[in-house]
Structure formats: C-alpha cells, structure tokens
Design a protein around this ligand. Structure first.
Ligand code: GUN
Length: 288
C-alpha cells in the first residue's frame, strides 16, 4: 500500500472538541445553550442508531439535545405541525428530520416546511440555492466534512480536477458546488456516464458517492490522487456475518492513490461533527 490514510475519525473528534470548547462562550453571552432537535418517524433500526449517536454527540458538546420520536402512524399534518412548532421555538437552533421518512409521508414538503435558518442539514431548497449562488446558508454536513478533509490534506484546492461520482441532492450535487466554490474544475459523473473509469482517471480529487459497494477500482485512479469515499455499504463478509465497505475498492485503490479515506473511520464520523458545527453556527447567527 502506498496511499496515506486520511483519519476522518480523528479529524471529527478534534472538530467536535473545538465546537464544544466554543459552547461556553455562546452560553455566557446568550444566556442559553445551543439546541438541536431531531425528529424521527417510525422504527427503522439504522435511523434509530444514527439518531441516538446524534443525541449523544450533541450532549457531549454541551448543547441541548431534544429528540421527538413519532410513531409510524404519524400523519403528514401532524409532522408539519411539529416542524412549525419547532420553527417558532426560540430555544431550537437546529431542526433535523431524520430521513428516510415512512413511505406515506412527503419528504420534500416536510423539508420545505423547516425554517431555512434552522435547517442545519442544509437540505432546504433555499439553502441549496444559497450554496449555488455563493450566499451564506447551511451546507449539507457530509459534503462539507469532505471539503474539510480535502483542505486539511491538500491546502488550496484551486485548479485541481475534481470528479464527483454520484449526483444525489444530499451529497453529489452539494459536493460539486463546494468544489466549484474552491475553484476546482468539476465533473459530476453518474450511472449514465460513458467510460466512467476514464473519467475517474482524470481526477486529482475523486469523490465516490454512488452507494455501490467497491465499484471504483484501483486502475480507475490517477497515481497520487486524493480519494474520498462517501459510501457506507453493508455486505456479506464471507464468514456468515457482514462488514462495512465503501464505494471504492480500498485494497486496489490504496496501491495507487496518494491519500484515501477508509470505511469505516473516514467520511462517516465527519457528518455528526459538522452537524454540531452547523448547530453552533446557527445559534450564533440567530443571536446576532
Ligand atoms: N439519514 C441519513 N443521513 C442523514 C442526514 O445526514 N440527515 C438526515 N436528516 N437524515 C439522514
């Protein structure tokens, strides 16, 4: 293996500590702690785990964590009413509605109902628009975490060729916007891209966010490139259990790349750390 391993887990721990260290100063001036409220509907086990970790991390950072657990039978009107109540609550700086929602609920309408200035996930169209035109807003946590790792590794990103594989609203599109804002030359590739390996081989920065286990192979990677693997895929481990793998075939990629994020322990831990950062930023903006 030649690639340096990008320690997202360590970086995220430092970011969480930095956020926690700033909370007392906010509390001293505002007379309250920053507050993050998470709403979860239904019993999806993976979502339950995520929401518990978010709550623990929020408390560990010295902020107020509130979780609303709603049953599967919750109606759209009930959920919208709760979101509106949280919009109006001055103690709530960040609102996060855990996705996916049960099928009978309309996710876009729920996200559109969140006050954009409390949308610490950065999913509201107003925040997507602000990102696209370079205005201050909230940026989705995972792509913002990727940019932090890239700048920590590479410094100035300007002029670099960046290829983002995946075009989701949550990762691929905002990732492309952020890289463009850093003056990268950005290509967004996806399932219909012709000769994807050839496109990937042009990348100085390769961001994989497709949700296909180990799809991107070492011979798709330019020697020395920085590889950010956003994928979290649970697969058979061949011994009757399961394991987590990324969208990049780590073993072959690490032979070629200059640096690479592992799965787990790379991008994943950054998401919650950035969520705490966004919540503190929201708290400060709302007090000023
Ligand atoms: N489900 C999986 N990841 C996320 C996230 O970052 N935010 C929300 N709201 N739901 C998710």
């Amino acid at each position: 293996m030649t690639a340096a391993i990008i320690d997202g887990k360590g970086f995220a721990a430092t970011l969480r500590e930095r956020v926690a260290a700033l909370v007392p100063a906010f509390e001293a001036t505002a007379g309250r702690k920053p507050g993050l409220t998470v709403v979860i509907v239904g019993e999806d086990p993976a979502s339950q785990v995520y929401v518990r970790s978010k709550g623990k991390a929020t408390e560990a950072a010295g902020m107020v964590s509130t979780t609303h657990r709603l049953p599967d039978t919750t109606t759209q009107d009930d959920l919208l009413a709760l979101v509106r109540q949280l919009n109006a609550d001055p103690a709530v700086d960040g609102i996060l509605v855990q996705l996916p929602l049960p099928k009978h609920l309309d996710e876009s309408e729920v996200i559109a109902t969140i006050d954009p200035d409390k949308d610490v996930d950065g999913f509201h169209v107003v925040n997507a628009g602000r990102l696209a035109v370079g205005q201050e807003g909230f940026v989705p946590c995972t792509p913002l975490g990727c940019i932090m790792l890239l700048e920590d590794r590479l410094g100035d990103l300007s002029g670099l060729n960046a290829v983002v594989v995946g075009r989701s609203n949550i990762v691929g599109k905002p990732m492309a916007q952020l890289l463009l804002a850093k003056s990268c030359t950005v290509t967004v590739a996806h399932s219909r891209t012709k000769d994807l390996p050839e496109v990937c081989r042009r990348a100085d920065i390769l961001v994989a966010a497709v949700g296909r286990p180990e799809m991107i192979k070492g011979n798709w990677i330019k020697p020395g490139a920085t590889v950010i693997d956003v994928g979290i895929n649970r697969v058979d481990n061949g011994e009757g259990g399961t394991k987590l793998v990324g969208d990049v075939d780590f073993a072959s990629a690490a032979e070629v790349a200059g640096a690479i994020t592992p799965v787990p322990g790379g991008v994943g831990p950054m998401t919650i750390a950035v969520l705490l950062r966004n919540t503190l930023v929201s708290a400060y903006r709302r007090e000023n």
